[in-house]
Design a protein around this ligand. Structure first.
Ligand code: PLP
Length: 394
């Protein structure tokens, strides 16, 4: 038997990758699968960014660089966050990481002791709960409910914070629900946390993918910047998932600890990817605008289509690129329905419960796929669901 540490029994996963493997196996058998499971833009990285990476490679930027990132990228990020969040950020407050994801791990490692309470959105990005559990902290789910447009229920948050809380995790725009926090929400959240001194991890990886209301950050509320760790990055906004480029913005004091964690793990982030990141932030932004417009078009198609399927009901997402319909009207639970849709309809999607227990009754569809494929998927889902026994579909 392998001598595996106990903590590994507590490690969760991202089911999107498991569903991808299953879907690929079906494809190998000749089945046609439409992939609505994975959260990555299907667009190619804008050409100017690719060219900047090529230039960096030719210029010999193929070596280690400072753990927190190359100075020019830290400057560009500090400028970007200062401008978009309306706060003053110095380059010395920026840690560049391989994707935004390590910031989740580093925040918990740096701020939380075993047994401490961490409040996190549920349903939510599954890595929050997983990492909290791996480190033996106590996960305190903050339920996000459809009747509240999947925003934080402020009374519920108030009832959960206490002197054992060491970290609060927020995510807007939100994966998997597409909900967003509004200015009033973050102001009230700031009031709720004011009597305590715990840190807040504000996952803003979808900050540039909001449709109508502008993105707002808790760090913008006066007095909150020092306590907030902003997680953002390049994966979603610039279609750069495979480049592994993200960052955290935090107080210099906390950054000194995070820097040691970087040195203990990845040493630094791919140097030539970082030069591409500078071009992404400082170069033309028309591709980002085009991708945003296309996501909006797809969102409207998928939401309209899902609402026509018997037993489905879907709110219109206000950010990110996920539709999260309520499927309780089908009479089926989330996981069996997601499995059925993959096996029978050839549509890969995720069960709401892949995002936590409060996701029961929902399915997540990523609309990072063409309108044409989304329409085929909708037809296939409707056909499969209609074949469920009539007493199932209410
Ligand atoms: N946070 C959320 C809410 C996400 O959905 C994801 C990716 O799916 C990440 C963080 C991580 O993104 P990255 O690819 O930059 O590591």
């Amino acid at each position: 038997m392998l001598p595996i540490a106990d903590r590994m029994a507590r490690a969760g996963t991202e089911t999107a990758f498991e569903v991808l493997v299953h879907a690929k196996a079906l494809e190998a058998q000749g089945r046609h699968i439409i992939h609505l499971q994975i959260g990555e833009p299907d667009f190619t990285t804008p050409k100017n960014i690719i060219e900047a990476a090529k230039r960096a490679l030719d210029a010999g930027h193929t070596h280690y660089c400072p753990p927190n990132g190359i100075p020019i990228l830290r400057e560009a990020i500090a400028e970007e966050i200062s401008r978009t969040r309306g706060i003053k950020v110095n380059p010395s407050q920026v840690a560049v990481t391989p994707g935004g994801k390590p910031i989740i791990l580093f925040s918990i490692l740096a701020c939380v002791n075993p047994g401490d309470e961490v409040i996190y959105p549920n349903p939510g990005f599954p890595i929050y709960e997983s990492v909290i559990n791996i480190f033996g902290a106590k996960p305190i789910p903050l339920p996000l409910r459809e009747e509240n447009e999947f925003r934080v229920d402020l009374d519920e948050l108030k009832s959960l914070v206490n002197k054992r809380t060491r970290l609060l995790i927020l995510n807007s725009a939100h994966n998997p629900t597409g909900g967003i926090l509004r200015k009033q929400d973050i102001e009230e959240i700031a009031e709720i946390v004011a009597p305590y001194d715990f840190m807040i991890l504000s996952d803003e990886i979808y900050s540039r993918t909001t449709y109508d209301a502008p993105h707002v950050s808790l760090a913008s509320v006066p007095g909150m910047q020092e306590r907030t760790i902003i997680l953002d990055g390049f994966s979603k906004t610039f279609a750069m998932t495979g480049w592994r480029l993200g960052y955290g913005v935090m107080s210099e004091k906390l950054l000194a600890h995070v820097e040691r964690l970087i040195i203990n793990t990845n040493s630094c982030t791919s140097t030539f990817s970082q030069y591409a990141g500078v071009e992404a932030l400082r170069g033309p932004q028309d591709e980002v605008k085009k991708m945003g417009d296309e996501f909006r078009r797809r969102r409207d198609v998928i939401v309209k289509g899902l609402n026509k399927i018997p037993g489905f009901h879907c709110l219109t997402p206000e950010g990110a690129f996920y539709a999260f319909p309520n499927i309780t009207g089908t009479g089926m639970k989330s996981k069996p329905l997601a499995n059925l849709l993959l096996d029978k309809a050839g549509v890969a999607c995720l069960a709401g419960t892949d995002f936590g227990s409060y996701g029961e009754g929902y399915i997540r569809f990523s609309y990072a796929n063409s309108v044409e494929n989304i329409r085929i998927a909708l037809d296939r889902i409707a056909e499969t669901v209609t074949k469920l026994s009539p007493e199932c579909v209410k």
